[in-house]
Design a protein around this ligand. Structure first.
Ligand code: ZN
Length: 225
């Protein structure tokens, strides 16, 4: 079956789209017909046979296999960041993009939407994100302490992984607290008397209210959670 892409102009075509190498006819319909129909239905993807991936999602606009594109992008990315110069160029570019308020807002909105949909599809993703947030919060607060914590008191990557694993199994509605606060004061003198660590055995799940309202028996946590 030949595919006459010139007769049906609405599609942007790319190399390989509708060509003999990839465009095996599914049933009676041509690939470009399937793509066009998907676009008419308002769908960004349609199902087609990929030589490498078999039955797979294809982009309605370009006709390319989603998995193939993803593989290619991943390979290109790995190649770009394989060198220190490549990594620096990538970071500089991202920083530059993020310095534009509209871009930053768009990126954040995208991540919020992504998180929401992932959480809706997969309950364990919510637990994973919470565990990451607990680690990020602890690190940020320890770095902000005055005087700052020595690097030796900062959790290692391994410790962070252990904390995350533990937090994932806390009840979903619990807040995560440091049993010994990261920075604990004497109530009267406000003297810094104790320095808790961000380690698994110093983490405990608490009811949200008890953590924000009730001070610790003797020590007040400067940082809250
Ligand atoms: Zn493919």
């Amino acid at each position: 079956m030949t595919i006459d892409t010139k007769a049906k102009k609405p599609l942007r075509t790319t190399r390989g789209f509708g060509g003999a190498s990839t465009g095996k006819p599914n049933e009676q319909k041509s690939k470009s017909d399937s793509a066009r129909e998907a676009i008419e239905r308002g769908e960004s993807r349609f199902n087609w046979t990929c030589e490498r991936h078999g039955e797979a999602d294809h982009y309605s606009k370009q006709g390319a296999c989603v998995k193939c594109c993803s593989d290619r992008n991943r390979r290109a990315h790995a190649q770009r960041v394989a060198t220190p110069e490549g990594r620096k160029a990538r970071n500089d570019y991202q920083q530059e993009r993020r310095s534009i308020p509209e871009v930053r807002e768009a990126i954040n909105a995208y991540h919020r939407r992504y998180d929401e949909s992932r959480k809706a599809l997969d309950p364990s993703y919510a637990a994973h994100m919470r565990a990451k947030a607990v680690n990020a919060n602890a690190i940020r607060r320890m770095r902000e302490l005055e005087p700052p914590r020595p690097e030796t008191a900062m959790p290692s990557k391994e410790t962070l992984r252990e904390c995350a694993e533990l937090v994932k199994h806390f009840p979903a509605d619990a807040e995560v607290d440091h049993a010994i606060p990261l920075r604990g004061f004497l109530p009267g003198t406000k003297e810094w008397v104790v320095s808790g660590l961000h380690v698994p055995y110093n983490l405990e799940p608490m009811e949200a209210r008890s953590n924000t309202l009730t001070p610790h028996l003797v020590l007040l946590s400067a940082s809250g959670a």
